[in-house]
Design a protein around this ligand. Structure first.
Ligand SMILES: [Zn+2]
Length: 440
């Protein structure tokens, strides 16, 4: 990793001190709280064999009450339909950069405005707070230790210069808080995996997790950052699901408009992690050709489906039915993780697909149904791209409605007048080729 030119500082001192304070709070309480919950869950399982219902709060008394105040009870978790975490990385920001610190707050504000937060929805929607940042060991399950320690050391340089650029990373910037905030983002995903898996032991329809996090992760390669991405959040969560929960087979769906090359590379020769990416043909970073199917033992457990520019709702519905469903059914996953990028939206400035709010509702709804059918409903979404704050927020909100089993409000946001005809012949050709290569 090479670090280069500096630009004027863009992180105010106040912001830094606020972030530091917040991070310390997380560090002090979060995984402890969650661990107490998870220990509780294990005991729940033990006791449930004898038919007793066990509420976590009842057995967490060995921790002081201040620390467990926000721990959800096991029953609250089982009753929820959506569980989400918020990690906005407010200090990781560069003026005018599309991957900005406004993204997660814009989503949270839309969720509030559309009455989709816990204060409006009671038990149905849960925000998991006070989660612990990922550890360096968690990150090193996917990334080279030299990269992780190099980035940590680079924070000194970022503190001096305000912001630094990481050469050859497409372009990825770092501020003095980037390292810590990236650990928090990854940790937000791990906490959701823990929650969803725990709930799934007592219900076939556990809550769907959604990590509203940044920086995004799917371009970050094992040896470094890339394409606005610092740590591979979804890849780290996949390894965590295997290592901590004994879930052997992980199915990752990546519908971001760009190829998730980092996740692709991390699991290219791994037969137990299926990586399926749809992306716009020819878009950044240029990888993810249809012929890239995995290597060695992992041959066949990577499926790349580049879609022609202009592909939209019809294309993606067909891809779901004809490619994603049969692939997942054949693979028989233990959990489904989703790299949920919202930059294939027709209004997004970085690409030229024609997804709409309705497309994202369809994807959320169908993926959740697939998880219920194949893996006890275990499913966690991870925010990746999405750079038009309006289409990003509306689409995430409609994804929440899908998880809640409520009708889509896409017709309020989508304007059919701006859409043009999808390239159906080219889409069909691409789908047929993928089906042929993968014997679907
Ligand atoms: Zn993207």
């Amino acid at each position: 990793m090479e670090l280069s030119t500096c630009r004027p500082p863009c992180v105010a001192g106040n912001m830094l001190s606020m972030m530091c304070h917040q991070l310390c709070k997380w560090k002090d309480h979060s995984r402890l709280r969650f661990n107490s919950f998870f220990v509780g869950h294990r005991r729940f399982l033990k006791h449930s064999e004898s038919g007793r219902r066990y509420i976590l709060k009842d057995i967490s008394c060995s921790y002081n009450s201040e620390k467990i105040a926000n721990v959800p009870s096991y029953q609250e978790l089982v009753d929820a339909k959506v569980i989400y975490t918020v990690a906005p990385a407010l200090g990781h920001n560069q003026e005018s950069h599309p991957e900005s610190s406004s993204r997660v707050p814009a989503i949270v504000s839309a969720l509030k405005k559309m009455e989709l937060t816990p204060s409006f929805r009671g038990v149905d929607v849960m925000e998991l707070q006070n989660f612990k940042p990922a550890s360096v060991d968690d990150i090193a399950s996917v990334h080279a230790k030299a990269y992780v320690s190099g980035l940590e050391k680079a924070m000194d340089q970022a503190s001096e210069k305000g912001i630094i650029y990481i050469e050859g990373s497409g372009p990825t910037y770092a501020t003095p808080t980037t390292f810590q905030e990236s650990l928090v983002a990854a940790g937000a995903g791990l906490a959701l995996v823990d929650s969803v898996v725990a709930a799934s032991h007592n219900t076939g329809n556990p809550p769907t997790g959604f990590a509203l996090i940044r920086p995004p992760g799917h371009h970050a390669i094992p040896k470094g950052p890339m394409g606005f991405c610092v740590f591979g959040n979804v890849a780290i969560a996949a390894r965590h699901a295997q290592r901590v929960h004994g879930l052997k087979k992980v199915f990752i769906i990546d519908f971001d408009v760009h190829h998730g090359n980092g996740t692709n590379d991390a699991f290219y020769d791994d037969p137990d992690i299926f990586f399926l990416s749809t992306h716009q043909d020819g878009s950044y970073p240029g990888t993810g050709k249809i012929e890239e199917v995995g290597h060695g033992n992992g041959e066949g457990t990577t499926l790349n489906l580049p879609l022609p520019g202009g592909s939209g709702d019809i294309a993606m519905s067909t891809v779901f039915d004809e490619v994603i469903v049969p692939c997942a059914q054949r693979f028989k996953p233990d959990i489904i993780l989703v790299s949920a990028g919202y930059d294939a939206h027709v209004l997004d400035p970085l690409a030229s697909l024609q997804f709409t709010t309705r497309t994202y509702y369809m994807l959320a709804s169908n993926i959740k149904r697939l998880a219920n059918e194949l893996c006890g409903g275990r499913c966690v979404f991870f925010l990746e791209g999405g750079y038009n704050l309006d289409s990003l927020s509306y689409s995430v909100a409609d994804s929440f409605r899908a998880f809640l089993g409520e009708p889509s409000l896409a017709s309020k946001f989508d304007d059919p007048a701006i859409l043009y005809e999808e390239p159906s012949a080219k889409v069909k050709q691409a789908i047929q080729k993928a089906k042929h290569i993968h014997s679907l």
